[in-house]
Design a protein around this ligand. Structure first.
Ligand code: ADP
Length: 397
């Protein structure tokens, strides 16, 4: 079966067409600036030249119409006809407490998704728009929703309840949900597969380090704790997000700087993290170069970032008694030997010993621990699209 995987942002749409007979990618692409001037699609069919389509797209439906058009295009496409698409898998950011696994999308699911908008006002509406557009353009093709939060629904209450009045959990469902679940799940399963072990026998800590970053403790294949919380703002310091801070800083700044609620929110999400500390960039490549050249604040930003990762890894080691496997994934985790080294150094007390030579890998699967007595340290490129396609196939089969 051929499965189309769709990931809609507010003005973007990423897609992949995967042939599930061999899990090969037939085509993939990115639509940018939907609803804005200068909209375009960058489309790659495997084995053919990239094509860029520049055309006004008022909404996600128009964008999807053009994507389906290029997928069946005689010259640039990968399909004879749209009927070859057996199912569509949609990434959905927030499933709230309603979804502990992926689901076939029907009326009841759409109602639940709409109800969860208040939990993810920035992310869920574009996800829903993508599903609605697909329903209109491919009314007879089954669709599946795969949630970023679902993998973390196994986290026990003592790790998801915040120490604030319990009534706010009951009233508004304020609790830890966790995100990047599809990625944490994929790399933990892949780690077990590479090692020839049953995931049920392993305690794994997965570090998804990208623009947004999170760490997850996975015991016997189940997420038992994760660093992101009610929203993707909690936990690690990130490119532009603060992660954990003393909540009292917020009223203090509102008072001293006369900042409004929106301004504080914007500051914590867009102007903080390593960008905020360095005053330079949110991109780790820039920061590594600047730190190398002696820029003290870039150095400090990298230290703050990696110290936070270390603290979470150590906290999760304490929760699971031991770590068998430590996995690095996503843009930074897959590519930066500098960050991996900084995270691992000092964690020898947890039996984590990185090999500086083996660590010199970029963007491919590798085992990078020093000796067999150490916990296994791995680099595993994430593949959320494949995970979504597998769940979709499983449900529509
Ligand atoms: P997203 O969360 O948007 O999916 P990615 O997982 O693609 O992000 O991660 C993007 C980040 O990865 C970039 O901001 C950059 O900081 C980092 N990155 C990519 N390549 C490298 C590299 N070679 N060295 C260090 N950092 C890198």
């Amino acid at each position: 079966m051929k499965i189309l995987v769709i990931n809609c942002g507010s003005s973007s749409l990423k897609y992949q067409l995967i042939d599930m007979t061999d899990e090969g990618v037939l085509a993939k692409g990115l639509v940018e600036r939907i609803g804005i001037e200068g909209a375009r699609i960058k489309h790659d069919t495997t084995g053919k030249e990239r094509v860029v389509i520049e055309e006004p797209m008022n909404d996600h439906k128009k964008a999807l119409e053009l994507v389906l058009g290029v997928l069946v295009d005689k010259e640039h496409g990968a399909l004879e006809s749209m009927d070859e698409i057996g199912a569509v898998g949609h990434r959905v950011v927030h499933g709230g407490e309603d979804f502990a696994s992926s689901v076939i999308i029907n009326e009841a699911v759409m109602n639940a998704l709409n109800k969860n908008i208040e939990l993810a006002p920035l992310h869920n509406p574009p996800n829903i728009m993508g599903i609605e557009a697909c329903k209109e353009l491919m009314p007879n093709t089954p669709m599946v929703g795969v949630f970023d939060t679902a993998f973390h629904q196994t986290i026990p209450a003592e790790n998801y309840i915040y120490p604030i009045p319990y009534e706010f959990y009951e009233k508004y469902k304020i609790r830890r949900y966790g995100f990047h679940g599809t990625s944490h799940k994929y790399v933990s399963l892949r780690a077990a597969e590479i090692l020839g072990r049953d995931v049920k026998d392993l305690n794994i800590v997965t570090c998804h380090l990208g623009n947004g970053s999170s760490v997850t403790a996975i015991e016997g294949g189940k997420s038992i704790d994760t660093s992101m919380g009610f929203t993707p703002l909690e936990g690690l310091a990130m490119g532009t997000r603060s992660g954990d801070i003393d909540p009292a800083i917020i009223p203090f700044l509102m008072d001293k700087e006369g900042m409004t609620f929106d301004e504080v929110n914007n500051m914590l999400n867009k102007k903080s993290g390593v960008l905020g500390i360095s005053g330079l960039s949110s991109d780790f490549r820039d920061l590594e170069i600047a730190a190398e050249e002696g820029n003290e604040r870039a150095k400090l930003a990298l230290q703050v970032f990696t110290n936070r990762v270390k603290k979470y890894v150590a906290a999760y080691a304490a929760q699971m008694c031991r770590i068998d496997v430590l996995v690095f994934t996503a843009g930074i985790g897959e590519n930066s030997d500098v960050i991996r080294k900084m995270v691992c150094e000092g964690l020898e007390c947890l039996n984590i010993r990185i090999d500086n030579e083996l660590n010199k890998v970029r963007g491919k699967e590798a085992v990078i621990n020093k000796d067999l007595a150490s916990a296994t340290i791995m680099v595993i490129p994430t593949n959320e699209e494949l995970m979504i396609a597998r769940d979709t196939l499983e449900l529509v089969k």
